[in-house]
Design a protein around this ligand. Sequence first.
Ligand code: SAH
Length: 394
Amino acid sequence: MVDIILKKGKEKAAIQRHPWVFSGALEKVKGKPEDGDVVKVFAFDNEFLGYGYFNSNSRVAVRLLEWDEKQVIDRSWYQNRLKQAIASRKFILTEETNTCRLVFSEADFLPGLIVDKYADFLSLQILSSGIEKVKTDIVEVLRSELNPKGIFDKSDATARGHEGLPIENGLLWGENPPEFLEVKENGIVYNINIAEGQKSGFYCDQRDNRKILASYTKGKKVLDCFSYSGGFSLNSLANGAEAVTSVDSSALAIDTLKQNIDLNKFEAAKVTTIQSDVNKQLRAFKDSGELFDVIVLDPPKYAPSRSALDRAARAYKDLNRLGMLLLKPGGLLATFSCSGAVDIETFKQIIAWAALDAGKEVQIIKQFCQPEDHPVRISFSEGEYLKGLLLRVL
Ligand code: SAH
Protein backbone atom coordinates (compact mmCIF):
# COMPACT_ATOMS: atom_id res chain seq x y z
CA MET A 1 0.00 0.00 0.00
CA VAL A 2 1.29 3.43 -0.96
CA ASP A 3 1.88 6.04 1.78
CA ILE A 4 0.97 9.67 1.21
CA ILE A 5 2.38 12.48 3.34
CA LEU A 6 0.49 15.75 3.64
CA LYS A 7 2.05 19.19 3.65
CA LYS A 8 2.72 20.74 7.03
CA GLY A 9 -0.50 22.20 8.47
CA LYS A 10 -2.76 20.42 5.96
CA GLU A 11 -3.82 17.60 8.32
CA LYS A 12 -6.54 19.45 10.24
CA ALA A 13 -9.53 18.48 8.07
CA ALA A 14 -8.53 14.79 8.04
CA ILE A 15 -8.06 14.82 11.84
CA GLN A 16 -11.55 16.28 12.11
CA ARG A 17 -12.69 13.35 9.93
CA HIS A 18 -13.56 15.33 6.86
CA PRO A 19 -13.33 12.75 4.06
CA TRP A 20 -11.72 14.89 1.32
CA VAL A 21 -7.99 15.49 0.88
CA PHE A 22 -7.39 18.00 -1.91
CA SER A 23 -4.51 17.51 -4.35
CA GLY A 24 -2.89 20.76 -3.18
CA ALA A 25 -2.44 19.28 0.31
CA LEU A 26 -0.14 16.44 -0.80
CA GLU A 27 3.57 16.75 0.05
CA LYS A 28 4.79 13.34 -1.06
CA VAL A 29 3.40 10.20 -2.69
CA LYS A 30 5.73 7.30 -1.76
CA GLY A 31 5.25 5.13 -4.83
CA LYS A 32 2.93 5.02 -7.81
CA PRO A 33 -0.66 4.31 -6.75
CA GLU A 34 -3.18 3.55 -9.47
CA ASP A 35 -6.41 5.49 -9.53
CA GLY A 36 -8.81 3.88 -7.09
CA ASP A 37 -6.09 2.20 -4.96
CA VAL A 38 -6.46 2.42 -1.21
CA VAL A 39 -3.59 4.51 0.19
CA LYS A 40 -2.45 5.34 3.72
CA VAL A 41 -2.44 9.05 4.54
CA PHE A 42 -0.06 10.60 7.08
CA ALA A 43 0.45 14.08 8.47
CA PHE A 44 3.81 15.82 7.87
CA ASP A 45 5.03 14.53 11.25
CA ASN A 46 4.13 10.93 10.22
CA GLU A 47 0.99 10.71 12.37
CA PHE A 48 -1.46 8.27 10.73
CA LEU A 49 -4.59 10.07 9.47
CA GLY A 50 -6.64 7.55 7.51
CA TYR A 51 -7.10 5.16 4.62
CA GLY A 52 -8.58 6.51 1.42
CA TYR A 53 -9.07 6.07 -2.33
CA PHE A 54 -6.43 7.76 -4.45
CA ASN A 55 -7.32 9.51 -7.70
CA SER A 56 -4.91 11.45 -9.91
CA ASN A 57 -7.65 13.08 -12.05
CA SER A 58 -9.78 14.60 -9.35
CA ARG A 59 -9.36 17.79 -7.33
CA VAL A 60 -10.09 15.51 -4.39
CA ALA A 61 -6.89 13.44 -4.55
CA VAL A 62 -7.86 11.12 -1.67
CA ARG A 63 -11.34 10.19 -0.41
CA LEU A 64 -10.93 8.96 3.16
CA LEU A 65 -13.03 6.02 4.28
CA GLU A 66 -11.43 4.70 7.45
CA TRP A 67 -9.67 6.51 10.31
CA ASP A 68 -8.69 3.45 12.39
CA GLU A 69 -5.22 2.21 11.40
CA LYS A 70 -5.89 -1.31 12.73
CA GLN A 71 -8.65 -1.95 10.20
CA VAL A 72 -7.96 -3.84 6.97
CA ILE A 73 -9.86 -2.60 3.94
CA ASP A 74 -10.81 -5.98 2.53
CA ARG A 75 -14.00 -7.69 1.44
CA SER A 76 -15.21 -8.21 4.99
CA TRP A 77 -14.65 -4.48 5.71
CA TYR A 78 -16.96 -3.66 2.78
CA GLN A 79 -19.43 -6.26 3.95
CA ASN A 80 -19.56 -4.70 7.43
CA ARG A 81 -20.01 -1.18 6.10
CA LEU A 82 -22.75 -2.28 3.71
CA LYS A 83 -24.52 -4.33 6.39
CA GLN A 84 -24.43 -1.37 8.76
CA ALA A 85 -25.85 1.00 6.13
CA ILE A 86 -28.62 -1.41 5.14
CA ALA A 87 -29.58 -2.15 8.75
CA SER A 88 -29.91 1.56 9.54
CA ARG A 89 -32.67 1.87 6.87
CA LYS A 90 -34.70 -1.13 8.06
CA PHE A 91 -37.29 1.01 9.86
CA ILE A 92 -38.08 2.97 6.67
CA LEU A 93 -39.04 -0.15 4.73
CA THR A 94 -42.59 -1.17 5.66
CA GLU A 95 -45.79 -2.43 4.03
CA GLU A 96 -46.29 1.16 2.84
CA THR A 97 -42.78 1.93 1.56
CA ASN A 98 -40.52 -0.34 -0.48
CA THR A 99 -38.13 2.23 -1.89
CA CYS A 100 -35.36 4.20 -0.17
CA ARG A 101 -31.64 4.98 -0.32
CA LEU A 102 -29.62 2.18 1.27
CA VAL A 103 -26.13 3.64 0.89
CA PHE A 104 -25.33 7.36 0.73
CA SER A 105 -21.67 7.73 -0.19
CA GLU A 106 -19.48 9.59 2.35
CA ALA A 107 -22.28 9.55 4.93
CA ASP A 108 -21.98 5.73 5.02
CA PHE A 109 -18.13 5.66 4.80
CA LEU A 110 -18.29 4.48 1.18
CA PRO A 111 -17.27 7.59 -0.80
CA GLY A 112 -18.66 7.40 -4.32
CA LEU A 113 -21.23 4.66 -3.75
CA ILE A 114 -24.97 5.26 -3.83
CA VAL A 115 -27.40 2.36 -3.62
CA ASP A 116 -31.14 2.88 -4.03
CA LYS A 117 -33.73 0.18 -3.47
CA TYR A 118 -36.72 0.08 -5.79
CA ALA A 119 -38.97 -2.77 -4.68
CA ASP A 120 -36.97 -5.91 -5.61
CA PHE A 121 -34.36 -4.07 -7.68
CA LEU A 122 -31.26 -2.10 -6.75
CA SER A 123 -29.91 0.88 -8.62
CA LEU A 124 -26.23 1.77 -8.08
CA GLN A 125 -24.29 4.93 -8.76
CA ILE A 126 -20.55 4.39 -8.80
CA LEU A 127 -18.90 7.79 -8.67
CA SER A 128 -15.34 7.13 -7.51
CA SER A 129 -12.53 5.04 -8.98
CA GLY A 130 -12.09 3.38 -5.57
CA ILE A 131 -15.60 1.97 -5.60
CA GLU A 132 -15.26 1.10 -9.30
CA LYS A 133 -12.32 -1.17 -8.38
CA VAL A 134 -14.30 -3.16 -5.82
CA LYS A 135 -17.56 -3.14 -7.79
CA THR A 136 -17.64 -6.94 -8.09
CA ASP A 137 -17.29 -7.43 -4.33
CA ILE A 138 -19.97 -4.84 -3.65
CA VAL A 139 -22.40 -6.45 -6.07
CA GLU A 140 -21.78 -9.82 -4.42
CA VAL A 141 -22.37 -8.50 -0.91
CA LEU A 142 -25.55 -6.74 -2.02
CA ARG A 143 -26.75 -9.97 -3.63
CA SER A 144 -26.18 -12.04 -0.54
CA GLU A 145 -27.55 -9.43 1.88
CA LEU A 146 -30.65 -8.40 -0.05
CA ASN A 147 -31.38 -11.10 -2.62
CA PRO A 148 -32.61 -8.61 -5.27
CA LYS A 149 -34.05 -9.61 -8.64
CA GLY A 150 -31.60 -7.35 -10.44
CA ILE A 151 -28.83 -4.80 -9.83
CA PHE A 152 -28.62 -1.90 -12.24
CA ASP A 153 -25.83 0.65 -12.78
CA LYS A 154 -27.19 4.17 -13.15
CA SER A 155 -24.05 6.26 -12.63
CA ASP A 156 -24.10 9.99 -13.18
CA ALA A 157 -21.89 11.02 -16.09
CA THR A 158 -20.54 14.33 -14.72
CA ALA A 159 -19.29 12.93 -11.42
CA ARG A 160 -17.65 9.95 -13.16
CA GLY A 161 -15.98 12.35 -15.59
CA HIS A 162 -14.25 14.13 -12.66
CA GLU A 163 -12.72 10.81 -11.64
CA GLY A 164 -11.69 9.90 -15.20
CA LEU A 165 -14.21 7.06 -15.38
CA PRO A 166 -16.17 6.10 -18.51
CA ILE A 167 -19.96 6.42 -18.49
CA GLU A 168 -21.82 3.25 -17.64
CA ASN A 169 -25.48 2.53 -17.59
CA GLY A 170 -26.65 -1.04 -17.63
CA LEU A 171 -27.36 -4.28 -15.86
CA LEU A 172 -24.72 -5.44 -13.36
CA TRP A 173 -26.41 -8.59 -12.23
CA GLY A 174 -29.69 -10.53 -12.50
CA GLU A 175 -32.81 -9.52 -14.40
CA ASN A 176 -33.39 -6.25 -16.18
CA PRO A 177 -36.09 -4.25 -14.39
CA PRO A 178 -39.33 -3.92 -16.37
CA GLU A 179 -39.69 -0.70 -18.40
CA PHE A 180 -42.05 0.57 -15.72
CA LEU A 181 -41.42 -0.80 -12.26
CA GLU A 182 -44.01 -0.25 -9.52
CA VAL A 183 -42.73 1.02 -6.18
CA LYS A 184 -44.59 2.17 -3.09
CA GLU A 185 -43.83 5.17 -0.91
CA ASN A 186 -46.06 6.04 2.06
CA GLY A 187 -48.84 3.95 0.54
CA ILE A 188 -48.73 5.69 -2.85
CA VAL A 189 -47.76 3.66 -5.91
CA TYR A 190 -45.33 5.03 -8.50
CA ASN A 191 -44.30 3.67 -11.85
CA ILE A 192 -40.62 4.30 -12.29
CA ASN A 193 -38.38 3.82 -15.27
CA ILE A 194 -34.91 3.01 -13.92
CA ALA A 195 -33.14 3.01 -17.27
CA GLU A 196 -34.62 6.23 -18.69
CA GLY A 197 -35.65 8.12 -15.55
CA GLN A 198 -33.70 10.98 -14.02
CA LYS A 199 -31.04 10.55 -11.37
CA SER A 200 -31.39 6.95 -10.25
CA GLY A 201 -35.06 6.84 -11.30
CA PHE A 202 -37.00 8.43 -8.44
CA TYR A 203 -36.44 11.25 -5.95
CA CYS A 204 -36.81 9.32 -2.70
CA ASP A 205 -35.19 12.21 -0.78
CA GLN A 206 -38.54 14.06 -0.80
CA ARG A 207 -40.45 11.18 0.87
CA ASP A 208 -41.08 12.91 4.22
CA ASN A 209 -41.54 16.38 2.74
CA ARG A 210 -44.24 15.16 0.34
CA LYS A 211 -46.17 13.77 3.26
CA ILE A 212 -45.74 16.89 5.40
CA LEU A 213 -46.78 19.20 2.57
CA ALA A 214 -49.81 17.04 1.74
CA SER A 215 -51.17 17.57 5.24
CA TYR A 216 -51.82 21.23 4.33
CA THR A 217 -53.65 20.55 1.05
CA LYS A 218 -57.10 19.19 1.97
CA GLY A 219 -59.73 21.05 -0.06
CA LYS A 220 -57.02 23.25 -1.58
CA LYS A 221 -56.03 24.24 -5.09
CA VAL A 222 -52.40 23.11 -5.48
CA LEU A 223 -49.73 23.99 -8.04
CA ASP A 224 -46.86 21.45 -8.15
CA CYS A 225 -43.91 22.93 -10.08
CA PHE A 226 -41.07 20.64 -11.25
CA SER A 227 -43.42 17.76 -10.53
CA TYR A 228 -41.36 14.91 -12.09
CA SER A 229 -43.45 11.75 -11.62
CA GLY A 230 -45.83 13.55 -9.26
CA GLY A 231 -44.55 13.08 -5.70
CA PHE A 232 -46.15 16.23 -4.30
CA SER A 233 -49.19 16.06 -6.63
CA LEU A 234 -50.09 12.48 -5.69
CA ASN A 235 -49.65 13.02 -1.95
CA SER A 236 -51.86 16.12 -2.16
CA LEU A 237 -54.57 14.14 -4.01
CA ALA A 238 -54.34 11.37 -1.41
CA ASN A 239 -54.94 14.00 1.25
CA GLY A 240 -58.05 15.44 -0.40
CA ALA A 241 -56.74 18.35 -2.47
CA GLU A 242 -59.54 19.84 -4.53
CA ALA A 243 -57.46 20.43 -7.68
CA VAL A 244 -53.83 19.89 -8.62
CA THR A 245 -51.87 21.42 -11.50
CA SER A 246 -48.54 19.73 -12.21
CA VAL A 247 -45.85 21.37 -14.34
CA ASP A 248 -42.65 19.77 -15.67
CA SER A 249 -40.65 20.30 -18.86
CA SER A 250 -40.01 16.58 -19.38
CA ALA A 251 -42.49 14.59 -21.49
CA LEU A 252 -41.47 11.35 -19.74
CA ALA A 253 -42.11 12.93 -16.33
CA ILE A 254 -45.60 14.09 -17.32
CA ASP A 255 -46.39 10.77 -18.94
CA THR A 256 -45.29 8.86 -15.82
CA LEU A 257 -47.30 11.22 -13.60
CA LYS A 258 -50.44 10.48 -15.62
CA GLN A 259 -49.83 6.74 -15.27
CA ASN A 260 -49.36 7.24 -11.52
CA ILE A 261 -52.72 9.00 -11.19
CA ASP A 262 -54.44 5.99 -12.79
CA LEU A 263 -52.40 3.48 -10.78
CA ASN A 264 -53.57 5.08 -7.53
CA LYS A 265 -57.15 5.44 -8.82
CA PHE A 266 -57.15 9.18 -8.19
CA GLU A 267 -59.77 11.29 -9.99
CA ALA A 268 -58.08 12.35 -13.23
CA ALA A 269 -60.54 15.25 -13.57
CA LYS A 270 -58.93 16.92 -10.54
CA VAL A 271 -55.52 17.05 -12.23
CA THR A 272 -54.18 19.35 -14.94
CA THR A 273 -50.75 18.42 -16.33
CA ILE A 274 -48.70 20.97 -18.22
CA GLN A 275 -45.48 20.10 -20.05
CA SER A 276 -43.67 23.43 -20.03
CA ASP A 277 -40.82 25.45 -18.66
CA VAL A 278 -41.88 26.45 -15.13
CA ASN A 279 -40.73 30.07 -15.41
CA LYS A 280 -42.70 30.50 -18.62
CA GLN A 281 -45.76 28.84 -17.11
CA LEU A 282 -45.66 30.94 -13.94
CA ARG A 283 -45.57 34.08 -16.08
CA ALA A 284 -48.57 32.78 -18.06
CA PHE A 285 -50.50 32.26 -14.80
CA LYS A 286 -49.57 35.78 -13.73
CA ASP A 287 -50.90 37.19 -17.00
CA SER A 288 -54.14 35.21 -16.75
CA GLY A 289 -54.63 36.12 -13.06
CA GLU A 290 -54.99 32.51 -11.90
CA LEU A 291 -54.16 32.05 -8.19
CA PHE A 292 -53.51 29.01 -5.97
CA ASP A 293 -53.79 28.06 -2.28
CA VAL A 294 -50.58 26.01 -2.14
CA ILE A 295 -47.57 26.11 -4.47
CA VAL A 296 -44.60 23.70 -4.50
CA LEU A 297 -41.30 24.77 -6.08
CA ASP A 298 -38.84 21.86 -6.26
CA PRO A 299 -36.37 22.87 -8.98
CA PRO A 300 -33.30 20.92 -10.11
CA LYS A 301 -29.89 21.83 -8.66
CA TYR A 302 -29.33 25.46 -9.75
CA ALA A 303 -25.87 25.65 -8.14
CA PRO A 304 -23.76 22.59 -8.99
CA SER A 305 -20.76 24.30 -7.34
CA ARG A 306 -19.89 27.35 -5.25
CA SER A 307 -18.77 29.23 -8.35
CA ALA A 308 -22.33 29.04 -9.71
CA LEU A 309 -23.76 30.55 -6.53
CA ASP A 310 -24.48 34.08 -7.77
CA ARG A 311 -26.32 32.95 -10.86
CA ALA A 312 -28.20 30.31 -8.90
CA ALA A 313 -29.23 32.85 -6.25
CA ARG A 314 -30.78 35.06 -8.94
CA ALA A 315 -32.61 32.07 -10.45
CA TYR A 316 -33.98 30.99 -7.03
CA LYS A 317 -35.01 34.56 -6.30
CA ASP A 318 -36.88 35.02 -9.57
CA LEU A 319 -38.64 31.68 -9.27
CA ASN A 320 -39.76 32.34 -5.69
CA ARG A 321 -40.84 35.91 -6.45
CA LEU A 322 -43.15 34.56 -9.18
CA GLY A 323 -44.45 31.82 -6.88
CA MET A 324 -45.32 34.37 -4.18
CA LEU A 325 -47.29 36.47 -6.67
CA LEU A 326 -49.48 33.50 -7.64
CA LEU A 327 -50.79 32.73 -4.14
CA LYS A 328 -54.10 33.79 -2.67
CA PRO A 329 -53.61 35.91 0.49
CA GLY A 330 -52.35 33.63 3.28
CA GLY A 331 -51.45 30.91 0.77
CA LEU A 332 -48.57 28.47 1.34
CA LEU A 333 -45.34 28.22 -0.63
CA ALA A 334 -43.23 25.08 -0.19
CA THR A 335 -39.88 26.02 -1.67
CA PHE A 336 -36.82 23.77 -1.97
CA SER A 337 -33.19 23.87 -2.95
CA CYS A 338 -31.15 20.72 -3.55
CA SER A 339 -27.93 22.68 -4.17
CA GLY A 340 -25.30 21.70 -1.61
CA ALA A 341 -23.60 25.06 -2.24
CA VAL A 342 -26.69 26.96 -1.00
CA ASP A 343 -26.92 26.50 2.76
CA ILE A 344 -30.13 27.14 4.68
CA GLU A 345 -29.10 30.63 5.83
CA THR A 346 -28.23 31.67 2.27
CA PHE A 347 -31.51 30.18 1.09
CA LYS A 348 -33.45 32.22 3.67
CA GLN A 349 -31.67 35.37 2.49
CA ILE A 350 -32.63 34.63 -1.11
CA ILE A 351 -36.25 34.12 -0.05
CA ALA A 352 -36.21 37.41 1.88
CA TRP A 353 -34.93 39.12 -1.25
CA ALA A 354 -37.72 37.47 -3.33
CA ALA A 355 -40.38 38.57 -0.82
CA LEU A 356 -39.13 42.15 -0.92
CA ASP A 357 -39.25 42.14 -4.74
CA ALA A 358 -42.72 40.61 -4.73
CA GLY A 359 -43.90 43.19 -2.18
CA LYS A 360 -45.08 40.38 0.13
CA GLU A 361 -44.75 39.75 3.86
CA VAL A 362 -43.67 36.16 4.41
CA GLN A 363 -43.60 33.90 7.49
CA ILE A 364 -41.58 30.70 7.78
CA ILE A 365 -43.90 28.11 9.31
CA LYS A 366 -41.77 25.01 8.85
CA GLN A 367 -38.32 23.95 7.70
CA PHE A 368 -37.77 20.90 5.47
CA CYS A 369 -34.64 18.73 5.29
CA GLN A 370 -33.41 15.47 3.79
CA PRO A 371 -34.75 12.23 5.32
CA GLU A 372 -33.02 9.61 7.48
CA ASP A 373 -31.81 7.52 4.56
CA HIS A 374 -29.73 10.55 3.43
CA PRO A 375 -27.84 11.15 6.70
CA VAL A 376 -25.33 13.97 7.12
CA ARG A 377 -22.05 13.08 8.86
CA ILE A 378 -21.34 15.79 11.40
CA SER A 379 -17.82 16.17 9.96
CA PHE A 380 -19.07 16.44 6.36
CA SER A 381 -21.52 19.30 6.00
CA GLU A 382 -21.19 19.08 2.18
CA GLY A 383 -23.50 16.06 2.45
CA GLU A 384 -26.36 18.29 3.54
CA TYR A 385 -27.90 19.31 0.24
CA LEU A 386 -31.71 19.26 0.45
CA LYS A 387 -33.42 22.07 2.30
CA GLY A 388 -36.76 23.76 2.08
CA LEU A 389 -39.10 26.22 3.72
CA LEU A 390 -42.84 26.20 4.13
CA LEU A 391 -43.87 29.83 3.90
CA ARG A 392 -47.11 31.59 4.58
CA VAL A 393 -47.35 34.43 2.11
CA LEU A 394 -49.53 37.23 3.50
N1 SAH B 1 -40.73 17.25 -7.20
C1 SAH B 1 -40.25 16.06 -7.85
C2 SAH B 1 -38.77 16.09 -8.14
C3 SAH B 1 -38.31 17.27 -8.96
S1 SAH B 1 -36.82 17.00 -9.78
C4 SAH B 1 -40.65 14.83 -7.05
O1 SAH B 1 -41.25 14.97 -5.98
O2 SAH B 1 -40.32 13.73 -7.48
C5 SAH B 1 -36.74 18.35 -10.86
C6 SAH B 1 -37.68 18.27 -12.05
O3 SAH B 1 -37.61 19.53 -12.71
C7 SAH B 1 -37.37 17.24 -13.11
O4 SAH B 1 -38.48 16.43 -13.31
C8 SAH B 1 -37.08 18.05 -14.40
O5 SAH B 1 -37.63 17.46 -15.57
C9 SAH B 1 -37.79 19.32 -14.10
N2 SAH B 1 -37.27 20.55 -14.75
C10 SAH B 1 -35.99 20.95 -14.85
N3 SAH B 1 -35.93 22.19 -15.38
C11 SAH B 1 -37.22 22.57 -15.62
C12 SAH B 1 -37.82 23.75 -16.15
N4 SAH B 1 -37.08 24.80 -16.52
N5 SAH B 1 -39.16 23.80 -16.24
C13 SAH B 1 -39.92 22.73 -15.85
N6 SAH B 1 -39.40 21.60 -15.33
C14 SAH B 1 -38.07 21.52 -15.21
